[in-house]
Design a protein around this ligand. Structure first.
Ligand code: HMG
Ligand code: MG
Length: 304
């Protein structure tokens, strides 16, 4: 067996993927404080918000206010989602370090999430990618439903590779492979990741796992075995996609950090500060963190 990576880069997606699905309004000041706490805990890549239609995702309507209020730290990469040129233009005014175009390996999910099919989505992304690169902004993609779709069911690796190829052809620099509804298991996830690795260098491939079926940590381990060292995670396990009903949050950052540190893999993240942040944001939302590690460590602290 080959060695696992010595260091892993986590992209904290809690402020975006985590909060986009909240039914209750979350104050912009709370979102800003969340980002500040995450960067203080050592997060070096943070997905802050998305420039999507406020009719589709009302929770992200305050993108501009949140981006403008951030006290940015040098060395932290702030990313945002941009589905089209309108979103990109608004985003560029707030100077993100990276933008994310988000497509899907399933035709049905693409239509539900961004109101167009896969081919059309790529044609929409093409000028977005060009303009972002021209502005010196890094471009990442997310490919949803890479191992299963709430509408279509199974998604074969060939269909994932088709979208990977299309994303590469339009100039996307980093390929995120997403299990939107958390149905993936390690070998299926490896099969999907391997298709991304055929077209992108390993340091430009990442896994994005929702933990709906409790498989995310096993899937991350399966990716580590392939040498993949980039994952999206969400503090306190917040989140879900509004267009994937029943899908729960991303794998919790603190669960992944606990796993990685236990394996001797560096993340640069202070677990204690992260767990405090998980407790804080969960308190703001009026519920306990879903993460096992946050619950365990917060209970231990309370008992001490
Ligand atoms: P559409 O209705 O086809 O767009 O939506 P349109 O171009 O026909 O415009 C319709 C209206 O939306 C117009 O306003 C536009 O101005 C406005 P009106 O004239 O009706 O007042 N509009 C916008 N407003 C603000 N920002 C924009 C924008 N674009 C158009 N960028 C669209 C197409 C893509 C906009 C829509 O479907 C949308 O916003 N979808 C967002 C869906 C979304 O955010 N989903 C969650 C994020 S993806 C995710 O969570 C998955 C991920 O985590 C990976 C995984 O887990 O799988 C990344
Ligand atoms: Mg997601």
């Amino acid at each position: 067996m080959s060695a696992l990576p010595a260091r892993v880069q986590l992209v904290e997606v809690g402020p975006r993927d985590g909060l986009q699905n909240e039914a209750q309004p979350v104050a912009s000041a709370t979102k800003v404080e969340l980002v500040q706490r995450l960067q203080a805990a050592g997060c070096r890549e943070i997905e802050v918000t998305s420039y999507v239609s406020p009719k589709w995702v009302p929770q992200m309507a305050d993108n501009h206010a949140v981006m403008q209020a951030l006290q940015r730290r040098p060395g932290v990469r702030y990313s945002v989602l941009t589905p089209n040129l309108k979103g990109l233009e608004a985003a560029l005014a707030d100077a993100p370090d990276e933008i994310v175009v988000f497509g899907a390996a399933s035709e049905a999910f693409s239509r539900r999430n961004i109101n167009c099919g896969i081919e059309e989505s790529i044609e929409r992304f093409r000028p977005v990618v060009q303009a972002a690169l021209a502005a010196g902004v890094k471009v990442r993609c997310a490919i949803s439903c890479a191992v299963g779709c709430p509408y279509q069911g199974e998604v074969p690796p060939d269909e994932v590779e088709r979208v990977v190829r299309l994303m590469k052809a339009i100039g996307v620099q980093h390929c995120g492979v997403a299990d939107t509804i958390g149905v993936g298991t390690p070998r299926k996830v490896q099969a999907a990741m391997e298709r991304a690795l055929r077209h992108f260098p390993i340091e430009e491939v990442s896994g994005h796992f929702h933990d709906t079926y409790g498989q995310a940590l096993a899937n991350i381990y399966a990716c580590l075995e392939l040498g993949i060292d980039h994952f999206d995670t969400s503090v306190a396990g917040l989140g879900g996609c509004p267009y994937a009903k029943g899908a729960t949050g991303n794998v919790a950052t603190e669960d992944v950090v606990f796993l990685l540190h236990g394996l001797g893999i560096a993340t640069g993240i202070d677990l204690d500060a992260l767990v405090d942040t998980a407790g804080w944001i969960s308190g703001q939302l009026g519920r306990p963190p879903v993460s096992r590690v946050a619950r365990a460590l917060l209970a231990k602290k309370a008992a001490a």
